[in-house]
Design a protein around this ligand. Structure first.
Ligand SMILES: C[S@@+](CC[C@H](N)C(=O)[O-])C[C@H]1O[C@@H](n2cnc3c(N)ncnc32)[C@H](O)[C@@H]1O
Length: 193
């Protein structure tokens, strides 16, 4: 990412902070009303975590969270939120440019990527999932909004994650969301019986 683009994100996050109310922990939008799909606490990855609302929500549910974003301003706000909620020990904040790939090896029981779209990263998201792990993705969509450089064409998420078990998929009003689960390996299946 160009320095100017990172600075633009920093400025947006700084403006959100200056606007008053700090971030609050919140589930990923695609999981609202579907929280029962969340597996037992394990490891979670929040990709392009912004000001940490989802990462801190996961940490408050007992997950050990790795959270990645390019903006140090966003990560400072996220760190402050985690400390305020008493879960600072449970989150690792990574300042990293996703243009250079996804850091960390996983496997993760939950991978969230909300409102950051880079189709080149889709295979990495799926590859970081543990057997039976949950993927939660929301991106801007052309469906209900029309073409746009940063918007996913219809069917993009479903096609990209076709190897996973689809639990929820919706495309409307300019957003596309998908919740899906990685297959269990045969070894995992028998150990869970
Ligand atoms: C629209 S915000 C979404 C933040 C958060 N996921 C949420 O739902 O509130 C997009 C985030 O992606 C981050 N971002 C954009 N490009 C990035 C890149 N190349 N590498 C890492 N983070 C990036 C921005 O700093 C910003 O926090």
């Amino acid at each position: 990412m160009a320095v100017a683009d990172r600075e633009r994100w920093d400025a947006r996050h700084a403006a959100a902070g200056a606007a008053g109310a700090g971030p609050s922990p919140a589930p990923p939008d695609a999981l609202r009303g579907r929280e029962a799909l969340l597996p037992a606490p394990g490891r979670a990855l929040d990709v392009a975590c912004g000001r940490g609302t989802v990462a801190v929500w996961l940490a408050a549910r007992g997950f050990a969270v790795d959270a990645v974003d390019v903006s140090p301003v966003a990560l400072d706000a996220a760190r402050a939120l985690a400390d305020r909620e008493g879960v600072g020990e449970r989150v690792r904040w990574w300042a990293h440019d996703l243009d250079a790939g996804l850091p960390g090896a996983g496997p993760y029981d939950v991978v969230v990527c909300q409102r950051f779209r880079d189709p080149a990263r889709y295979p990495d998201l799926a590859a970081r999932l543990a057997p039976g792990g949950l993927l939660v993705v929301t991106v801007l969509s052309q469906v209900g909004e029309g073409p746009g450089q940063f918007r996913a064409p219809a069917g993009e998420l479903r096609a990209a994650f076709g190897d996973l078990e689809l639990l929820h998929h919706v495309e409307r009003d300019g957003e596309a969301s998908l919740v899906a689960r990685a297959p269990l390996t045969s070894a995992t299946r028998s150990s869970r019986r």
